[in-house]
Design a protein around this ligand. Structure first.
Ligand code: THU
Length: 128
C-alpha cells in the first residue's frame, strides 16, 4: 500500500461524510502494521460539539475491531489537504509511535507527510 493509494482511498470516502452543517467533507484511511485499511468520515451533529472527525472515526472502527498497531493515516477533504485537529492529534497519540505517518495532499498534487512526533511534540500519554 503506497501513500498515494492510501490518500486515494481517503478521498473516495469523502462522499460518505455527513457534514450538513459545515459542508466540509473529510475522508480518512488508516493503515495497520499488518496491512489492513480502516476508513472513516466526519460525522457532524446538530449539537456541534458531538461531531467526530474522519480520522477519529477510522481509529474508533479499527480499535473496536481489535487493531492496535498503526503505520499511517491519510486524511483529505473534498477541497484538498487537511491536517488533523488538536483533538485528533491527541487521540492518535494514544495508539501511535513517534514514527507513525500522517499523509495529506491534493488529489493530483504532491503528498505532504508528517510524523506523529512532528504534529504533536510533547503530547500527553498517561503511563500506568
Ligand atoms: N474535520 C475532520 O474530519 N478532520 C480534521 O482533521 C479537521 C476537521 C471535520 C470536522 C467537521 O465536521 C468539519 O471538518 C469542519 O470542521
Amino acid at each position: 500500500m503506497t501513500d498515494r493509494e492510501l490518500l486515494k482511498i481517503a478521498l473516495s470516502m469523502t462522499e460518505r461524510a455527513y457534514a450538513p452543517f459545515s459542508g466540509f467533507c473529510v475522508g480518512a484511511a488508516l493503515l495497520t502494521k499488518d496491512g489492513r485499511v480502516f476508513t472513516g468520515v466526519n460525522i457532524e451533529n446538530s449539537s456541534l460539539g458531538a461531531t467526530i472527525c474522519a480520522e477519529r472515526t477510522a481509529f474508533v472502527k479499527a480499535i473496536s475491531e481489535g487493531a492496535r498497531e498503526f503505520e499511517a493515516v491519510a486524511v483529505v477533504s473534498g477541497e484538498g489537504a487537511v491536517w488533523p485537529c488538536g483533538i485528533c492529534r491527541q487521540f492518535m497519540k494514544e495508539f501511535c509511535d513517534d514514527d507513525f505517518r500522517i499523509i495529506t495532499g491534493d488529489e493530483d498534487g504532491p503528498l505532504q507527510v508528517m510524523t506523529m512526533a512532528e504534529i504533536l511534540p510533547g503530547g500527553f500519554r498517561l503511563e500506568r
